[in-house]
Design a protein around this ligand. Sequence first.
Ligand code: NAG
Ligand code: NAG
Ligand code: NAG
Ligand code: NAG
Ligand code: NAG
Ligand code: NAG
Ligand code: NAG
Ligand code: NAG
Ligand code: NAG
Length: 460
Amino acid sequence: MTSGLYPGHLLVLLCLLHGSEETCPSMCLCVSDTVSCSSSGLTKLPQSLPSFSVTLDLSHNYISWLGPGSFKKMPRLENLRMSNNQLVSLDHGVFSNASSLRHLDLSSNKLQVVEQHYFEGLWRLEELLLFNNKIAHVEAGTLSGLSSLKKVYFSLNQITHFPFFSIQDHSHPFLSMLDLSSNRLSRMRWEDVKALPRLVQQGLYLHNNSLICDCSMYSVFWHWDLRGYDSLKDFTEEHTCSIYGNTRESILFLQNSRFFRNCTVEKPVSLPVIVLFSNVLVTEGEKVRLDCQTSLSSADLSFTWVSPSKGNITQMSINDTLISLFPNGTLEIQATKVNDSGLYVCTAVDIKQSLNATREVNVTVLLPSADSFNTGYTTLLGCVVTSICIFIYLFLTPCRCSYCKQPKSPATPSATYDPSTLTSVFSLSTRDRHKIQTNKRVAFMEPTLSEEGTEWTPES
Ligand SMILES: *[C@@H]1O[C@H](CO)[C@@H](O)[C@H](O)[C@H]1NC(C)=O
Ligand SMILES: *[C@@H]1O[C@H](CO)[C@@H](O)[C@H](O)[C@H]1NC(C)=O
Ligand SMILES: *[C@@H]1O[C@H](CO)[C@@H](O)[C@H](O)[C@H]1NC(C)=O
Ligand SMILES: *[C@@H]1O[C@H](CO)[C@@H](O)[C@H](O)[C@H]1NC(C)=O
Ligand SMILES: *[C@@H]1O[C@H](CO)[C@@H](O)[C@H](O)[C@H]1NC(C)=O
Ligand SMILES: *[C@@H]1O[C@H](CO)[C@@H](O)[C@H](O)[C@H]1NC(C)=O
Ligand SMILES: *[C@@H]1O[C@H](CO)[C@@H](O)[C@H](O)[C@H]1NC(C)=O
Ligand SMILES: *[C@@H]1O[C@H](CO)[C@@H](O)[C@H](O)[C@H]1NC(C)=O
Ligand SMILES: *[C@@H]1O[C@H](CO)[C@@H](O)[C@H](O)[C@H]1NC(C)=O
């Protein structure tokens, strides 16, 4: 901008350019195709807004109501910023004839329910910001029809149930960020979560909720951990679940897998083959039962176990009283020995339908004197992330991941999202991590700013 030209001049020029009826409301600033009425003390929408606007900023005002067709005279409107207002709900048709909208920011308002009709017709919408409202309920059809969606932010609300089933590959092919962190999700329909498109699962943020620890939850996170998703790596210490629904007894479940040691997870072998996998931990001398439940449900199955110490075990081959194989495939070892440890693989065969399925159990038999290792041992999964931890596990007990926080290279967290500084929380010092945490929401928002924070900065 040349010196001597102040916004008023520019505005006059623009108004001349756009014809006389395109007046900029007195409390707003109109530059190019952007209208900013941010922090202007507005309690309702200005009477006449310039129809050429592509970006309209109404953030930091006191607007509590929007009438039907509020933006219908702005056919080019792509970015609408209404964060930090007083909206409690939206009437029918608020966004009718605003189908050019690509970016809609309604964060930090007072919305309570996201109703099905709110975003009707916004099929070009790519980014929807609803964080920091008072949303307790999201109606099932809310996101349907929003086929261009890429990023949706629902964090810092009070959501207890989310309609995951309404998101599918064909309905939302571009959705790669669904932030539901810091809500009140507890008993989730994990089957629906597992059925989400891979892209959505990868960008699904669920930390800082009120999840209840159970195996179905664990198996979902186990997979995400295996796939190395950032949502887990960046927020390892915010992933908590409560035991037996007791909110006071919550554990950091990514670091402490003790409570899930009897859980069976679906281990991808060579896709699409999936093998059910579980861990069993026993003390030497104890009896152990390994079940061979698989995807096969026929009553007429024959089972074969392959054990590390005894080789093939079938009903016929057993001549050992210390071991038995029940008709349902369950293998029982009467008195386990340390050298019984290892991977047990069961194959169930349905001869009639020529089907078979396998099941794996990783058995660890500990010496009785090693009892004190149990607690430390079972947190191992959380420590797999770093070999340092394993080292510590072997020589110091119990293993606490806090020992692993030796800063490798001092990271310099900044407001901008740099994946390399967030690759592992274990490599950052506590202080550094704190800094990053406070910037996390900023981190998510950063792409937004860089996409549109171009020619002008809103003044407060
Ligand atoms: C709004 O859209 C409807 C059809 O969806 C159309 O009939 C109507 O003319 C539009 N109104 C404006 C002001 O563009
Ligand atoms: C967790 O969520 C609560 C609200 O549910 C919020 O007040 C708190 O700041 C969140 N904590 C973090 C670390 O995000
Ligand atoms: C796991 O199973 C063993 C016996 O198989 C049982 O003693 C133990 O309590 C179970 N652990 C949990 C966390 O359910
Ligand atoms: C396992 O250890 C026992 C003694 O504890 C020994 O008798 C047995 O031969 C060992 N088996 C194998 C396969 O090493
Ligand atoms: C177990 O049985 C399979 C055939 O059913 C055979 O190929 C394999 O060699 C056997 N393994 C042992 C350790 O006996
Ligand atoms: C038990 O079976 C093994 C092979 O599975 C065989 O080598 C051994 O001789 C058998 N023992 C008896 C007492 O039958
Ligand atoms: C298999 O049968 C045994 C003995 O009848 C029983 O104790 C066990 O619970 C059964 N296992 C399953 C998974 O049904
Ligand atoms: C299991 O089925 C696959 C084909 O589905 C076959 O290749 C394999 O040999 C079978 N395994 C057993 C142990 O029957
Ligand atoms: C079984 O568990 C032990 C101890 O956690 C681990 O070292 C080993 O790698 C596991 N084996 C498999 C096949 O997962």
